[in-house]
Design a protein around this ligand. Structure first.
Ligand SMILES: Nc1ncnc2c1ncn2[C@@H]1O[C@H](COP(=O)(O)OP(=O)(O)OP(=O)(O)O)[C@@H](O)[C@H]1O
Ligand SMILES: [Mg+2]
Length: 262
């Protein structure tokens, strides 16, 4: 990658979660370091994969990078702007610039809203007028290769792959620059996985998106990502170019992940 402008940066970020015991009189018995002193930069336009075992802290780090949960300590800097020090207006803009796509597409959509309404909702919140919203919904459906008639369908009427296309369209509605993809294809059939991965790659090239791609499957990571970061028990244990890390893994966990994906 020629240009390496940092879009989003985590500096010594921690997220501590109290461990409590007892239902009637809960008392704190310890502290879980869900994310433990992680420093990492995501370059503009790249796909940075985040891998690691279940419970390693990947989702927690992703949510902190989106400003959806606050770090216990450390800072998140989005395009030069410290998220914690941002004013409400600056924060609103940053949050609009970042979006999340979840693992389970059907569960991530409101069952009471049609696809069109789901995609339109962020635009309504941004104060767009009705005609512009409807035009944008048509444009977004086309971008994710769904037809205009899908706008009236409800989540239960979609296949997993179609529902993920709707969720992607919704995430892109407000033209974000940074998208956290939290295992976006893990719940899908293998043949559909490839279609969604290709769609995400096409959209990235077309819209100059920056992705944090949380994943388990290193094959998909290899196909999709520029760099890969490996987390274990809340810590960042390895980070490098995708080719390099997969060909020459250094940390034990990375070696395990590579050997289990061959
Ligand atoms: N709100 C919460 N309350 C209690 N514990 C939490 C909370 N959020 C996260 N944790 C704990 O923090 C740790 C990291 O969780 P996180 O969901 O970030 O892991 P992950 O790497 O995304 O795992 P997975 O691959 O299973 O999605 C786990 O031990 C989890 O149980
Ligand atoms: Mg997770």
């Amino acid at each position: 990658m020629a240009e390496q402008k940092t879009l989003i940066q985590a500096n010594g970020v921690c997220r501590d979660i109290p461990i409590k015991k007892g239902i009637i009189f809960p008392r704190q018995v310890g502290m879980l370091h869900a994310v433990n002193n992680v420093s990492i930069s995501v370059y503009a336009g790249e796909t940075l994969a985040l891998v690691g075992q279940s419970g390693a802290g990947k989702t927690t780090l992703g949510l902190m990078m989106l400003g959806l949960i606050e770090p216990t300590s450390g800072e998140i800097v989005f395009d030069g702007q410290n998220l914690l020090a941002a004013t409400r207006e600056q924060r609103r803009k940053i949050v609009q610039d970042s979006q999340l796509v979840f693992q389970d597409p059907v569960a991530s959509l409101n069952p009471q809203l049609s696809a069109g309404q789901s995609i339109e909702l962020p635009l309504l919140n941004l104060g767009w007028e009705r005609k512009k919203r409807q035009e944008r919904v048509r444009e977004l459906l086309d971008m994710v290769s769904l037809s205009p008639s899908h706008a009236t369908h409800y989540p239960h009427q979609f296949s997993g792959g179609q529902a993920q296309r709707v969720a992607i369209a919704r995430a892109l509605a407000g033209s974000p620059r940074f998208v956290v993809l939290d295992e976006p294809v893990s719940a899908l059939d293998v043949t559909i996985q490839a279609q969604i991965i290709n769609l995400l790659k096409d959209l990235q090239a077309r819209l100059q998106l920056t992705y944090l791609f949380i994943a388990h499957n290193l094959d998909v990571v290899y196909y999709m990502s520029d760099r890969v970061a490996v987390m274990s028990h809340g810590r960042l244990v390895e980070l490098g170019e995708c080719d390099e890390v997969i060909r020459n893994p250094k940390h034990e966990l990375t070696k395990e992940l590579v050997s289990s994906s061959i």
